[in-house]
Design a protein around this ligand. Structure first.
Ligand code: IVH
Length: 713
């Protein structure tokens, strides 16, 4: 492997030198373009299919940029299968319907092992086999996404279609091309004239959550589950939006003439060889018993997968047996899906309630007749927001379908209106908070309604639950019930009150003996030792999840320092977005919050990095960690090298070309083409004064900045 990397780097360097010479003739240009495409294609394959990195991001970007520029300057060598062509220039106006080369069949379902056994007997009978004659199977995971078909002509991807009705699908080639685990060119020396591939496009859970969180922030309607999100994304008209969502693809079947492949097992191996990502957990099963073991193993193991699977697919391995069995109207006789117990069930709505959460957001919840779902009894399900309620048209008494979306919180998916009873109860969307009676507000850009009463007990409860949670202050024994008691008895009205609890009063609370009270107070006391990151996260500031809190505490070694940070300086931290930056600034502007910080200090919390203390020289040392800067034009007060050194000192680096990974462009006098390249990619521009201001805000001690104080103002 190392040798490969070395030879690759050697080739890269040669390529770049040749380009620098600027003396390339057409033949050299073409050779360079081909070489760059190959290198980038290999890097993509390694990263997206093999899950390996053979090239540093910055090298990838540099090569990509070179290729892009060469292709722009030499349109005669352009090629729609180049790595630079994954995202279409213009959104599509609509999708055209196209007939599939090979009909996409669906699968018959078995819901238990008896039904699987019955399928096997049917196959044996059809094939004229004795019951003791064994058949070989391939068992695969059934990925819960969206089926597509791909066509490769002479090794090049020419078409991608949705499943549609199986006979005709929609042409979504432009979107398919954005999926990096789908090769644009097959990794075969002699590809067949036409190769048709089927497989499943899906969204991993983390990406599904990220997209929904983004949608929530934008006040848009959420995707109900990863499957809908994958299907919805595939049918996006703008392939730029598709390219921003990390869709993935597992190939599971292929059709081509004269390939000499005799069974499903070898076809999966062949797909891998072609450069496709094949779900790695397929298994060759010599008997149905092995299939059963596979099914049972994955029943519990599937929860550890980063994507959703709703069962297994069992396929008879031999193509000649498959051929003999053929198809019914809808299904192949040689394959069956064995489903895991439903994660969607129906139940009846008893009530609809409105819960105020930690941020004041009011979430409608359905209270339901208890029902078994994915192994647990479920009594409540989220209805997300008011808009979702009206979309569903839900009433009390309705029968609804409830689903565990990616094993997260159950949600109501749809109302079975045909089962609606004659007598139904409607319900009112509340105008006031159900806990504190404060009038609710809805901000114009949000679909959520909020309680904005700072002393609302529901908000206080959410705040305390969060403060006590595992990743925050991890206060063992301080659960929801105790928190309810502490609030209702007026013993606690804020986070800081927890640290002044009176032992006598706590031990006299309902169902709370001396021992429990002692333990609770001890674990509250112990929480004072928690790290600056845990405390910051525990404060529950809007948009500040644990990883964001980590980023902040890595960059700001104390609350004192963080409280003074400007929006711009926060934004220079890679990973801190606009909302998080604004939220931090806003939080510290609220007087109450300042008082809380003082109280926490007095209680004995260390609101700073315990290692570095308040050593100003260490503050924000990593302000520009892993950030890339491009400088264009001449600067007024700093020499280019001085600017470079300053950036380096803070963990960043200055590079020569602009890519989508560039964080900032520092724009001086008479800027060059990098300015417009950056503008196209929406890279943030800073003039020299703004750049120096960021450095000043980070308190870095450097003569260059202090000398330039005047200029900053
Ligand atoms: S084989 C003729 N294999 O399940 C063969 N399908 O419920 C048909 N699916 O439409 C499909 N993982 O979208 C096959 N490993 C797998 C699969 C799989 C997921 C989907 C596929 C199909 C649906 C049927």
């Amino acid at each position: 492997m190392l040798r490969y990397v070395e030879s690759y780097l050697f080739n890269t360097v040669t390529t770049v030198t040749t380009l620098k010479d600027g003396k390339m003739n057409n033949s050299n240009i073409q050779k360079t373009i081909i070489k760059l495409r190959k290198q980038l294609q290999q890097a993509n394959y390694a990263y997206h299919v093999l899950n390996e990195s053979i090239m540093e991001d910055s090298v990838y970007d540099q090569l990509y940029r070179k290729l892009y520029t060469l292709e722009q300057e030499n349109p005669n060598f352009s090629n729609s299968n180049s790595v630079t062509q994954r995202v279409g220039e213009k959104p599509a106006l609509h999708f055209t319907s196209v007939k599939h080369n090979i009909t996409l069949y669906s699968l018959e379902n078995a819901f238990n092992l008896d039904e699987l056994e019955a399928w096997k007997s049917r196959c044996q009978k059809y094939l004229g086999l004795q019951t003791n004659e064994s058949i070989e199977y391939v068992a695969e995971l059934k990925i819960d996404g969206s089926a597509i078909s791909l066509t490769y002509k002479n090794g090049l991807l020419v078409r991608g279609l949705t499943r549609g009705d199986g006979v005709t699908g929609e042409d979504i080639t432009q979107n398919i091309r954005t999926i990096f685990s789908i090769p644009l060119r097959l990794n075969l020396d002699n590809p067949p004239d036409i190769l048709n591939i089927n497989g499943e496009v899906f969204l991993p859970f983390d990406e599904f959550t990220r997209i929904n969180e983004q949608k929530k922030k934008e006040g848009k309607i959420l995707f109900a589950n990863p499957r809908n999100a994958a299907a919805g994304t595939l049918r996006q008209l703008d392939s730029k939006i598709v390219s921003k969502r990390r869709l993935q693809f597992f190939a599971y079947s292929l059709y081509a003439d004269n390939l000499n492949i005799e069974n499903q097992w070898n076809s999966l191996k062949f797909l891998q060889k072609c450069g496709f990502l094949v779900n790695p957990y397929y298994r060759l099963c010599k008997s149905l018993e092995t299939v059963t073991n596979y099914f049972n193993e994955w029943k519990s193991a599937k929860k550890h997968l980063p994507y959703m699977t709703d069962g297994i697919v069992v396929k008879i391995n031999s193509y000649s047996l498959q051929h003999k069995l053929g198809f019914t109207q809808r299904f192949p006789r040689w394959a069956i899906a064995l489903k895991y117990p439903a994660e969607e069930v129906s139940t009846i709505i008893i009530d609809i309630i409105f819960n105020t959460g930690r941020t004041g957001a009011v979430t409608p919840m359905a209270v339901m007749k208890p029902v078994l779902l994915g192994g647990t009894v479920v009594r409540k399900a989220t209805l997300h927001n008011i808009e979702r309620i009206s979309q569903l048209g839900i009433c009390i008494g309705d029968t609804v379908v409830v689903r565990k979306a990616g094993e997260i919180i159950p949600e109501v998916v749809r109302v079975l209106k045909t089962l609606r009873p004659f007598k139904i109860k409607t319900f009112q969307i509340p105008e006031r908070c159900t806990r504190c009676n404060h009038i609710l507000t809805s901000l114009s850009n949000e679909v959520v309604i909020r309680c904005i009463n700072n002393s609302c007990p529901a908000i206080l409860k959410g705040t305390l639950v969060h403060w006590a949670s595992r990743d925050a202050l991890d206060i063992c024994g301080l659960g929801e019930k105790i928190i309810d008691l502490l609030i209702s008895t007026n013993l606690v009205n804020s986070i800081s009150d927890l640290y002044y609890l009176d032992f006598q009063k706590v031990s006299s609370l309902e169902r709370m003996g001396k021992k429990s009270a002692e333990n609770l107070i001890k674990s509250i006391e112990r929480s004072k030792d928690k790290s600056w990151t845990q405390i910051l996260y525990g404060l529950g500031i809007h948009h500040i999840g644990y990883t964001t809190a980590m980023l902040l505490t890595e960059n700001f070694s104390s609350v004192k320092h963080l409280s003074k940070a400007s929006h711009d300086s926060l934004m220079t931290i890679k990973g801190i977005g606009k909302e998080a930056a604004q939220s931090i600034v806003d939080w510290f502007l609220i007087e109450e919050n300042g008082k809380l910080i003082n109280k926490l200090n007095n209680i004995g919390f260390v609101l700073e990095d315990k290692k570095s203390g308040l050593d100003e020289s260490k503050l924000s040392k990593h302000q520009f960690l892993n950030m890339t800067f491009v400088i264009t034009g001449s600067l007024n007060t700093l020499k280019r090298n001085e600017a470079k050194d300053l950036i380096k000192e803070l963990g960043g680096k200055v590079v020569n070309s602009v890519t989508k990974k560039t964080n900032y462009i520092i724009v001086g006098n008479n800027p060059g083409s990098k300015l417009s390249e950056g503008a196209k990619l929406n890279i943030i521009q800073l003039n020299e004064a703004e750049f120096l201001k960021i450095l000043k805000d980070t308190n870095i001690k450097n003569d260059k900045i202090h000398k330039n104080q005047e200029y900053i103002k």
